[in-house]
Design a protein around this ligand. Structure first.
Ligand code: ATP
Length: 356
C-alpha cells in the first residue's frame, strides 16, 4: 500500500511560509498532479513527501506509516527530476542499474530488471551509450528507467518534461500515462503545464501561496471550480471575468454592457464577479437581444480554431473561441457576444463561487 497522507504540513524558510497547513490524502495507485503558479510551493510539497525537505510542522505518512523523520533513502520512493541527473561517465545500462549494484542485488536479478525496464521504455538499443550521446527525450526515458528499476512504492516527478520540445512532451506524456496504467504505482507529478495536469491526473491539486485551493478530478475542477482562482487557472485562454453588481430590490445583476440577468437567491449570495469561458461565447451581430456589447479588436487563426479578442469596456478585453473564421469582422467594429445561463459562473467578493 502506498497511499500518502499529509497532516497539517507546514514549511517555512526563515520568516517565509512556503507551505501552510497542508492536509491531503492520496490513495494507493492514484496519479496526482500538483499545479499552481510559479513559487506557490509545488516542488517544496513534493520534496517534503520525498524527505528531501524537512517539514517545519505536521506529519507525512506513506503507506500508512509515519515517515516524517525517516530519511529520503528509506521511504521507498523514486524521484524523477527535470534535470535528468544522470551520471555522465556511466553508460545507460549502468545508470539504470547502479543503485541496485550498490544495494548488492544479485547480478542475474539486476540484469532481468534492467532488460524489463529497457523493454518497457524502448531504450534497449541505447544501453551502451553515455548520456551525452542521447537526445533529451532519450535521457528522460533513462531517468525514468532508473526510477522504475528500483520498484518503488511511490513515484515523484518534478516537471520531468519541461526541457523537451512540444512533440516530445506529448510523446512522453503518453508514455508516462501508459506506464502508470501498466504498473499502477502511486504517482505524484508537479507541473505548470495544464495540458499535462488535465490529461495525466486522476485528481489535480491546485496550490496557491502555499495553500490548497481545490482538489478534484480534472473535470470537477474545470466544470465546478470552487473559486475564482481555480476558474481562472485552468483553461486556455483563461475564463473571462467582469465585475458585476446586484440590484437588491429586483435581484437583477448588472455588469458588462448589454448583460442583464436576474438571480434567484439574492439573500444568501452576493455576486461580485461573473465568469464566462471563451468557448461559452459566440460572436453575434451587434444589438442581438441578450448579447453582451463589445468591439472586435483582433482575430487569431490557429488553424484548428480561431480566437477573437473583444473589448468589453475600457481595459477589459475578453477572448472568444470560435470554430468559424473571423476574417469577416473588422477591428473597431461593434459586435455582440451571445452566452447561455448554463455557462455562467458567479463569484462573491471573496472569490468563492456562488450559484447563479
Ligand atoms: P516553480 O513553478 O517556479 O518551480 P514552485 O511552486 O515549485 O515554483 P517552490 O520551488 O516550491 O515553488 O518554491 C516555493 C517558494 O519557496 C519560492 O518562493 C521559493 O523561492 C521559496 N524557496 C524554495 N526553496 C527555498 C530555500 N531552500 N530557501 C528559501 N526559500 C526557498
Amino acid at each position: 500500500m502506498a497511499s500518502v497522507t499529509l497532516k497539517e504540513v507546514s514549511k517555512s524558510f526563515g520568516a517565509f511560509d512556503v507551505l501552510q497547513s497542508i492536509d491531503l490524502t492520496i490513495e494507493d495507485g492514484e496519479f496526482i498532479v500538483f499545479v499552481g503558479p510559479s513559487g506557490c510551493g509545488k516542488s517544496t510539497l513534493l520534496r517534503t513527501i520525498a524527505g528531501l525537505v524537512p517539514v517545519s510542522n505536521g506529519d507525512v505518512f506513506i503507506g500508512g506509516e509515519l515517515v516524517t523523520d525517516v530519511p529520503a533513502s528509506k521511504r521507498g520512493i523514486a524521484f524523477v527530476f527535470q534535470s535528468y541527473a544522470l551520471y555522465p561517465h556511466m553508460n545507460v545500462a549502468r545508470n539504470i542499474s547502479f543503485a541496485l549494484e550498490t544495494a548488492r542485488m544479485a547480478k542475474a536479478e539486476i540484469r532481468q530488471r534492467l532488460m524489463k525496464v529497457a523493454d518497457m521504455l524502448k531504450i534497449g538499443h541505447l544501453l551502451d551509450r553515455r548520456p551525452k550521446q542521447l537526445s533529451g527525450g532519450q535521457r528522460q526515458r533513462v531517468a525514468i528507467g532508473r526510477a522504475l528499476v528500483s520498484q518503488p512504492q511511490l513515484f515523484l516527478f518534478d516537471e520531468p518534461l519541461s526541457n523537451l520540445d512540444a512533440d516530445l512532451r506529448m510523446e512522453m506524456r503518453f508514455e508516462i500515462a501508459k506506464l502508470h496504467a501498466e504498473i499502477g504505482t502511486t504517482m505524484i507529478y508537479v507541473t505548470h503545464d495544464q495540458t499535462e495536469a488535465m490529461t495525466l491526473a486522476d485528481r489535480i491539486v491546485i496550490l496557491n501561496h502555499g495553500r490548497i485551493e481545490q482538489v478534484g478530478t480534472p473535470r470537477e475542477l474545470y466544470d465546478r471550480p470552487a473559486n475564482r482562482f481555480v476558474a481562472g487557472f485552468l483553461g486556455s485562454p483563461r475564463m473571462n471575468f467582469a465585475p458585476i453588481s446586484v440590484d437588491v430590490s429586483s435581484g437583477i445583476l448588472q455588469g458588462p454592457p448589454g448583460f442583464s440577468f436576474a438571480i434567484s437567491n439574492t439573500g444568501n449570495s452576493n455576486p461580485a464577479t461573473l465568469g464566462l469561458r471563451p468557448e461559452a461565447l459566440r460572436i453575434v451581430e451587434a444589438g442581438t437581444p441578450q448579447s453582451i456589447r463589445g468591439t472586435f479588436e483582433r482575430g487569431e487563426d490557429l488553424g484548428y480554431e480561431h480566437i477573437a479578442h473583444v473589448r468589453i469596456s475600457g481595459d477589459l478585453i475578453w477572448t472568444v473561441r470560435s470554430t468559424e473564421p473571423l476574417s469577416r469582422y473588422v477591428p473597431g467594429e461593434p459586435v455582440g457576444l451571445g452566452w447561455q445561463i448554463k455557462d455562467l459562473y458567479l463569484f462573491d467578493e471573496a472569490g468563492t463561487r456562488v450559484d447563479a
